[in-house]
Design a protein around this ligand. Structure first.
Ligand SMILES: NC(=O)c1ccc[n+]([C@@H]2O[C@H](COP(=O)([O-])OP(=O)(O)OC[C@H]3O[C@@H](n4cnc5c(N)ncnc54)[C@H](OP(=O)(O)O)[C@@H]3O)[C@@H](O)[C@H]2O)c1
Length: 245
């Protein structure tokens, strides 16, 4: 049976993404399962990989991108005992998920509870885990503290705001004007990074700055973010958006 997958033919813009058809389904090796992919995402990290600017991916094209996925176990390899055919699973694949089928070690896969929408579940794998780790394990924010989130209207940014609301954080988020209504609905004060000086505005609005700032923009933005902090605050730098575009 044939199956389709997307490959990057060379590093570059969206035009390097091509759909190909492989003539034979991959077979799971010992300890692996074959997964029929239901959903994957198109995150900014996939853009970095497509452009060859993601430090952790050393593969050279052609290869299939796709950082995360939720799918259904379709075939078991020898020795697989934990998972069953038909079970819903998730994985942070890093590459490979832009495919109808792929084989993965059983040990990597996380069972997805029944009844969840696969498209909602896949948002947890990369974007929400990143947001959760930064809030709770890196910055260790405490209930009621104040944070600034850059790219607040994006995938990780909106996850940060939703998780921050659960902690009653006082939140500020930079984004383009068109996303300001969304940011307000998520409980934060929007700042237009294109027309406003976020360093000055944070100090005007808060008095003494924020407890933590989360910055995926990079370059000069890190220095400016540092200046929004109150004494003892934390700058969490987790990307270099500007250097990729
Ligand atoms: N370290 C990690 O583990 C990790 C994991 C996941 C993602 N990341 C990084 O996190 C970043 C966001 O990823 P994502 O998937 O959430 O991307 P995304 O959905 O594309 O969101 C990025 C957002 O940033 C906004 N933006 C662009 N330039 C900005 C600036 N100068 N100031 C403020 N906002 C700006 C964008 O749009 P608007 O202009 O429309 O508001 C967009 O909403 C990327 O740099 C990615 O590499 C890191």
């Amino acid at each position: 049976m044939s199956y389709k997958r997307v490959v990057i033919t060379e590093f570059g813009g969206p035009e390097v993404l091509k759909m190909i058809e492989d003539t034979q389904l991959p077979g799971p090796k010992s300890g692996e399962v074959r997964v029929k992919v239901l959903v994957t995402s198109a995150a900014f990290t996939d853009v970095m990989i497509r452009k060859g600017k993601y430090p952790d991916v050393k593969e050279k094209p052609p290869f299939s991108p796709g950082y995360d996925m939720v799918g259904v176990v379709d075939k078991l390899g020898e020795g697989v005992t934990r998972l069953k055919v038909g079970q819903c699973v998730a994985d942070l694949t890093i590459t490979g998920a832009y495919s109808e089928y792929l084989c993965l070690p059983e040990s990597r896969l996380t069972p997805v509870p029944e009844g969840l929408d696969p498209a909602e579940a896949v948002s947890l794998v990369l974007s929400y885990v990143t947001a959760y780790q930064m809030l709770h394990r890196v910055a260790k924010v405490k209930r009621g503290q104040r944070i600034l989130v850059h790219g607040a209207g994006g995938a990780v940014g909106t996850a940060m705001l939703q998780l921050g609301k659960l902690l009653d954080l006082d939140m500020y988020g930079t984004a383009s004007k068109s996303k300001h209504e969304l940011i307000k609905q998520l409980g934060a004060t929007p700042i237009d990074y294109k027309s406003e000086n976020f360093v000055e505005l944070i100090h005007t609005l808060t008095g003494d700055g924020v407890n933590a700032v989360f910055d995926p923009i990079g370059g000069d933005n890190f220095k400016r973010s540092f200046r929004t902090l109150r004494r003892g605050g934390k700058l969490v730098a987790y990307g270099f958006y500007n250097a990729v575009l």
